[in-house]
Design a protein around this ligand. Sequence first.
Ligand code: LLP
Length: 441
Amino acid sequence: MLMGNHTIQINENGHLFFAGMDTVMLAEKYGTPAYIYDVSIIRNNCRAFINAFKKQQVAFQVAYASKAFSTIAMMQVAKQEGMSIDVVSEAELYTALQANFPVERIHMHGNNKSESELEMAIENHIGCIVIDNFHEITLLECLLEKHDCQMDVLIRVTPGIESKTHAYIMTGNEDSKFGFSLKNGQAERALLQLQHHERIKLKGLHCHIGSQIFEADRFILAAEVLYGYLQSWYEKHGFIAEVLNLGGGFGIRYTSDDHPIPIPVYVEEIVKALKQYWQEAAFPFPEIWIEPGRSIVGEAGITLYTVGAMKDIPDIRKYVAVDGGMADNIRPALYGAEYECIVANNADQNDREVVSIAGKCCESGDMLMKDISLPTLKPGDVLAVLSTGAYGYSMASHYNRFANPPVVFIENGVDQLVVRRETYQDVVRNDLIYRSINRDD
Ligand code: LLP
């Protein structure tokens, strides 16, 4: 059975196989909840982007947006696949450095980069900083002076495009906390401040219109807007962008209602449109960068849970609770995100009932899936939720002091723990005993 990118099989015992391995066995071995990744899917997605660019014969960088899933093991795979990466914090940068990720292929983002984040980027000679605001320019100027060095940068701009996605993950519109507005002239002011800067080397523009976008035309529209400004800035200021970064946001399949276009088609359509704009340009074609996150790892990951308590409210709803929930996957509670799942130990059973899968956090909104049709469940069943590879582990919390689940990578029939399960001792490891004055209890 093929579900999206998932190569999912069911064996004669009705067990779900993922990445060629029995998920019931994996649940026993690693416990639940657990994040399981098929590394071959991650690699295939990286290669799909890279090969599509090679086919278009343009200079490019494909930077994996590590916020989608940042672990040392993931950085190792991204490095092996020749990806660049984007990081948004000291700890994401640290994770990349721990994986010996080539520093020249690291790009730093953030709408409020701190002095220490910028300093860490400078000290480690990363490839590029994507400048988000005027305050950051001032900070960067001071720090580059202090370290007596230079830094390549892009200016992040908002092209004023509404993408058809959830408002929380829409970023390219005018009313956004990210980047410089093109429309109101702030981007041009930033350009003039940086164009001939002694230390801040302006390489080009960046925009990111949002996430989980299914049409290439949104990216093309953004590119068209950027091209228009580049044309006028060339005429007015002689500015030539060496790099054009169109961000990430390529949609994936969570449920059968999602129909993303294949990765090579996104790339082909975008590059073709860019080539067309540049046909008339008096300035050279830039290097094209993109920053896919979800489309690299989303469909490569599943989460395994064990079914526990059930509560049937006649004529209303049957709740089936699992041993995880919003602490390991906040997306349903935060965005109303929808998922599909399979009963891993009973994948081919036909008698079905409509149930809602509840998490175990102390919160009514902690529902993973609502009103879905599944084989009749019983306590102890293993549930595999599909397409949880992006923004699951990376957005996990310790709400209710739940320890974070482990991450297991599978490749070539071998399973390997790459993040161990937290213990409750891990959860309290930074807590210090309060010694209140005049009390000794
Ligand atoms: N580049 C920039 C500047 C971004 O802000 C993002 C995502 C990406 C690239 C990668 O976007 P992707 O290809 O993964 O869609 N937590 C939300 C998604 C937030 C995205 C934030 N920025 C979710 O779970 O849907």
